[in-house]
Ligand binder design. Structure first.
Ligand code: WT7
Length: 648
C-alpha cells in the first residue's frame, strides 16, 4: 500500500460561468474569488470575524479561532442562538411575511409558512419541550418524515440549547434504538407515519418497538400525519397538537456559548457502530450561512430546492440552517421523486418556479434511466443554478444534468463536503469559477485541502493521493459523541495534525480537485492503484449503461482482479456481446490493465439509504463470500439476494 493512486480520468471540457450569471453574482470573477480566498487564508481571524459579524450575537466573540489539533474552538466568548438567526433576526428586520417554507406533501397539498409563522411555531414547540423537562444540553431525537414540523422541531431544540439528533425516517427500529441509546436521548419526536410512494412508513411502530430497550427516553411527542392507527401510553407519549396547545408562541431564544453542542448526526459508517458526528453552535452557524450565500449565490427572489432528506447533513445545512439563516424561500417536498409518476420533480419545478435545484448523482442517474421525455414535458426555464452532492458525479451524468435539466444555461455547482465538515468545502462559485465536469474545482474560503502521498509528502499535479484538510474551519466536527479517541483515531492519526477525509483525490495543473471517492474504494491491479469511481465513470459513459460499481477480488497473478456490477438502461439486453463491448470500452478508454475481469449484470445495485453504492458488500459477493458486517444501512435488502443468485 505504498504506491500512490493512479488517476485515469481524461476529462478536458471546461464551462466558464455564463456572462449574464456572473454579472449578477455575489462573486463575479475568478479574480474576486482569488482575492477573497487569499484574504481568508492569510488572515483567518479577520476573515471569519467579519463573516460571524453578519449574524446576531448576544455577546460578540472574543477569540475567533483556537487550534490545538485535533481540537478546534471557534468564536470563544461569543454567545448566540441559531434559531434566533434563522427566524427572529428576519422578523425583526421586517421580513416576517416573507415565505420561509413552501411545503408540498406527497399526496399533493401545499402549505406556505412565513418567517413570522415559523417563529411562532418554533416558540410553541420549544416551550412544549421545556414543559416536558428538556433543558440545554439534553439530547432530543427527531425521527420524522419531510414535514414542516420536523424543521420546527430542529429549530425548537436549537432555540433552547437542546442537542438534536435527527434519524432518517428510512431507518428501521434497531437502528433507531442504537442511535437513541448512543446519544442518551431523553425525548423522541416522531409521527404516526410518513408518506412514501403512496404507502405509510410506520415511524411510530418503529419507535414503540425501540422504546423497549431505550432506558434514557422519558417522553415522546407524536405528530399525526397519515392517520395510521397508533396506541400511545399516557404519561409517556403526547400528541404534537396537545403538547403545543398550551405552549407560548413567544419564548425568548436562549443565549448559548459558541461551542455549545448543536446537534449529533450519525453517519452510516460502512463498518462497526455508527459514529455520532458532533457539531457546535457558532462555527456551524457561520459555516452554513456563508457557504449557502456564496455557493448558491442566493438572491432575494430565488425559490430554492434541495431534494435531500433532513435526516442527512445536506438537509441540516442546506434545507434548514443555511437557507433560513439567509432568509431564503425553501421548497420542501415530502415524498418520493417517482410518485405518482417519474416526472414529479420536473412538474414541481415548473409549478413552483424553482430557481435553484440541488440533488445527488445517484438521483441524476435514476432520472437518466427513466428517460429524457419526462423533464422535456415540463417548463424548466425558471432554473438558473444546479447543484450536486454526495459522490463524484460522472462527467456523462454532469453533461446530461447541464443539457436536459439546465437547458445548457445553468451553471452546476459540484459541492464536495462531508457530514464531518458540516458545510461545503469545495465547489465552483457559480459566477466566478469555470466548471469541469466531474471536478469540485477549488476550495471555499478558509479551506486548505492538500493531496498527500502515503508518506505525508505532497503529491505532484495529477498524481492521485489522500485528501486532507490542513487548517481548521468553523463548521468542522468537534468530536465523535462520547468517543474522543475514535475522533482522534479516525480523522487525525493517519497524517498527524491534519484532518484526513478518507477520500482519494488528485489536483490537476489548474489547481482543480478531482475527488475519486473513498480510499477504501481503491483497487490495486497489477501495481496500479485505481479509484473505482473512475472506472465506473467510464462504464457509465457507455450508451447502454445506467449505473456501475467496480470492486476488486483477490487474484494470484494481478493482486486484484476487477469485477464490474452493471445495470443497463431500460430496454437494453444483458448479452455476452454487451459484456464484451463494455470490457473493450474500458480497455480503450483507460488501458488494458483496467479491463474488468468479469462483468455482472444486475437490475439494481445495493445502496445505502443516502444513495451511496455499498462496494464493500459487492466486494464480498465478488469474492464468493456471504456478506458480513453491518447491513442496516442497506436500502433494499432484496437487491442483495438477487445479486447473489446471479453470476457470469
Ligand atoms: C462523502 C461524504 C456531504 C453531504 C452528503 C454526503 C463523497 C460528497 C462529493 C462530491 C465527490 C463526494 C465523498 C465524501 N462526496 N460529495 N461533490 N464529489 N465525492 O455526506 O455521507 O458524510 O459523505 O461523500 O466521498 O467523503 P457523507
Amino acid at each position: 500500500m505504498t504506491s500512490s493512486i493512479v488517476s485515469v480520468s481524461k476529462e478536458t471540457r471546461v464551462f466558464p460561468p455564463p456572462g449574464e450569471f456572473a454579472a449578477a453574482a455575489r462573486v463575479g470573477s475568478l479574480e474576486a474569488y482569488t482575492a477573497m480566498y487569499r484574504r481568508s487564508i492569510d488572515d483567518p481571524a479577520g476573515f471569519w470575524g467579519e463573516q460571524a459579524a453578519e449574524l446576531f450575537w448576544f455577546d460578540a466573540p472574543k477569540t475567533i479561532r483556537q487550534w490545538d489539533p485535533p481540537k478546534a474552538r471557534w468564536f470563544e466568548g461569543g454567545t448566540t442562538n441559531l434559531a434566533y438567526n434563522c427566524l427572529d433576526r428576519h422578523v425583526a428586520a421586517g421580513a416576517g411575511d416573507r415565505t420561509a417554507l413552501i411545503w408540498e406533501g406527497e399526496p399533493g397539498e401545499v402549505r406556505r409558512v412565513s418567517y413570522a409563522e415559523l417563529l411562532r411555531e418554533t416558540c410553541r414547540c420549544a416551550d412544549a419541550l421545556r414543559k416536558l423537562g428538556i433543558a440545554a444540553g439534553d439530547r432530543v431525537v427527531i425521527y420524522m418524515g419531510m414535514v414542516p414540523e420536523a424543521v420546527i422541531a430542529m429549530l425548537a431544540c436549537a432555540r433552547i440549547g437542546a442537542v438534536h439528533s435527527v434519524i432518517f425516517g428510512g431507518f428501521a427500529s434497531d437502528a433507531v434504538r442504537d442511535r437513541v441509546n448512543d446519544a442518551g436521548a431523553k425525548l423522541i419526536i416522531t409521527q404516526d407515519g410518513a408518506w412514501r410512494r403512496g404507502k405509510i412508513v410506520p415511524l411510530w411502530d418503529n419507535v414503540e418497538h425501540a422504546l423497549r430497550s431505550c432506558p434514557s427516553v422519558e417522553h415522546t411527542v407524536v405528530l399525526r400525519r397519515t392517520g395510521n392507527p397508533i396506541t400511545l401510553s399516557p404519561g409517556r407519549d403526547v400528541e404534537w397538537t396537545d403538547a403545543l396547545a398550551t405552549a407560548s408562541s413567544q419564548l425568548e431564544a436562549v443565549p448559548l456559548p459558541a461551542e455549545h453542542p448543536l446537534f449529533i448526526l450519525y453517519t452510516s459508517g460502512t463498518t462497526g457502530k455508527p459514529k455520532g458526528v458532533m457539531h457546535t453552535t457558532g462555527g456551524y452557524m457561520v459555516g452554513a450561512h456563508v457557504t449557502t450565500k456564496y455557493v448558491f449565490d442566493l438572491h432575494d427572489d430565488d425559490i430554492y430546492w434541495c431534494t435531500a432528506d433532513i435526516g442527512w447533513v445536506t438537509g441540516h445545512s442546506y434545507i434548514v440552517y443555511g437557507p433560513l439563516c439567509n432568509r431564503a424561500t425553501v421548497l420542501m417536498y415530502e415524498g418520493a421523486p417517482n410518485h405518482p409518476d417519474v416526472d414529479r420533480l420536473w412538474e414541481m419545478i415548473a409549478r413552483h418556479r424553482v430557481t435553484i435545484f440541488y440533488t445527488a448523482p445517484t438521483a441524476i442517474r435514476a432520472f437518466i434511466r427513466w428517460g429524457d421525455e419526462h423533464p422535456r414535458k415540463h417548463d424548466l426555464s425558471s432554473l438558473r443554478l444546479l447543484g450536486s452532492v454526495g459522490e463524484p458525479i460522472n462527467p456523462e451524468a454532469w453533461m446530461w444534468y447541464r443539457d436536459v435539466i439546465g437547458g445548457g444555461r445553468c451553471p452546476i455547482v459540484d459541492t464536495w463536503w462531508q457530514t464531518e465538515t458540516g458545510a461545503i468545502m469545495m465547489a465552483p462559485l457559480p459566477g466566478a469559477i469555470a466548471a469541469k465536469p466531474g471536478s469540485c474545482t477549488l476550495p471555499f474560503f478558509g479551506i486548505v485541502p492538500k493531496i498527500l502521498r502515503q508518506d505525508g509528502t505532497e503529491a505532484a499535479p495529477n498524481e492521485g493521493g489522500f485528501l486532507v484538510i490542513e487548517q481548521p474551519w468553523p463548521s468542522m466536527l468537534r468530536t465523535v459523541w462520547g468517543d474522543d479517541e475514535r475522533f482522534r483515531e479516525t480523522y487525525f492519526s493517519r497524517f498527524p495534525g491534519k484532518y484526513f477525509t478518507g477520500d482519494g483525490a488528485r489536483r490537476d495543473p489548474d489547481g482543480y480537485f478531482w475527488v475519486m471517492g473513498r480510499v477504501d474504494d481503491v483497487v490495486n491491479v497489477a501495481g496500479h492503484r485505481l479509484g473505482t469511481a473512475e472506472i465506473e465513470s467510464v462504464l457509465v459513459a457507455h450508451p447502454d449503461v445506467a449505473e456501475a460499481a467496480v470492486v476488486g477480488r483477490p487474484d494470484e497473478l494481478k493482486g486484484q482482479a476487477l469485477v464490474a456490477f452493471v445495470t443497463l438502461k431500460a430496454g437494453r439486453a444483458p448479452t455476452d456481446a454487451v459484456r464484451e463491448a463494455l470490457a473493450e470500452h474500458v480497455s480503450a478508454e483507460i488501458g488494458k490493465f483496467a479491463r474488468p475481469d468479469s462483468i455482472r449484470f444486475a437490475d439494481a445495485l445495493p445502496k445505502t439509504r443516502s444513495g451511496k453504492i455499498m462496494r464493500r458488500l459487492l466486494g464480498e459477493l465478488a469474492t464468493g463470500q456471504a456478506p458480513r458486517g453491518d447491513v442496516t444501512t442497506l436500502e433494499d435488502i432484496s437487491v442483495l439476494a438477487a445479486l447473489r443468485g446471479d453470476d457470469e
